[in-house]
Ligand binder design. Structure first.
Ligand SMILES: [Zn+2]
Length: 95
């Protein structure tokens, strides 16, 4: 993912410049509070640092109050295939 240094808007890696400001985008490795993704989703704050197990994820993913909401889950990626494994685990929690 990349962000504009002027407006803090996030763009996919395929973008090289901000469409609004025309400046080169910075590559980022971590989502930071205040960032806006696709001009729609603002990162408000980071929730926790892991180690909470799967039950809280199961509750969030199945809570009807959040059915309309998009969220980004940052999960540990240390080895090739970790992202795919993490997505499979999250999908397995959905009832
Ligand atoms: Zn910009």
């Amino acid at each position: 993912m990349k962000t504009c240094p002027q407006c803090n808007t996030g763009y996919p890696d395929s973008h090289t410049t901000c469409p609004t400001h025309g400046v080169p985008l910075n590559e980022i490795r971590d989502l930071k509070p205040g960032m806006v993704i696709h001009q729609s989703y603002r990162i408000v704050r980071k929730l926790g640092q892991g180690k909470m197990g799967l039950e809280p994820f199961r509750r969030l993913l199945n809570d009807k109050r959040f059915a309309h909401a998009a969220f980004i889950a940052e999960t540990p990626v240390e080895e090739p295939g970790d992202e795919e494994r993490n997505v499979k685990v999250l999908l397995s929690l959905v009832k």
